[in-house]
Write a new protein. Structure first.
Length: 94
């Protein structure tokens, strides 16, 4: 995941899963404040590669697939719905 578009992709992936920043934090081990800060700031702080990998791994484990490339149609889709995907309610809606 390239740093320039990471914040938008993470935000969209969370929306697909209906996860809050806290939900993603629990699944990835990345602090909630770090996730929120990353999603709203311009650019991504240096030394953030390990954080992005943790976020990407957690999202992929929940069924998110990363599409395209940073320069050509970047995006995400949901490839499968895991039980308890909607972390806030403890159930999925399917």
């Amino acid at each position: 995941m390239r740093l320039q578009y990471a914040k938008a992709v993470v935000r969209v992936a969370r929306a697909l899963l209906r996860w809050s920043a806290l939900d993603l934090s629990r699944q990835s081990g990345v602090g909630t404040a770090t996730i929120q800060r990353m999603e709203v700031m311009e650019g991504v702080p240096a030394g953030n590669v390990k954080t992005l990998i943790s976020l990407k791994n957690a999202l992929e484990a929940a069924g998110v697939q990363f599409l395209g490339s940073p320069d050509n149609a970047p995006g995400v889709c949901l490839t499968r719905v895991e039980k308890n995907t909607d972390m806030r309610r403890g159930k999925d809606d399917n």
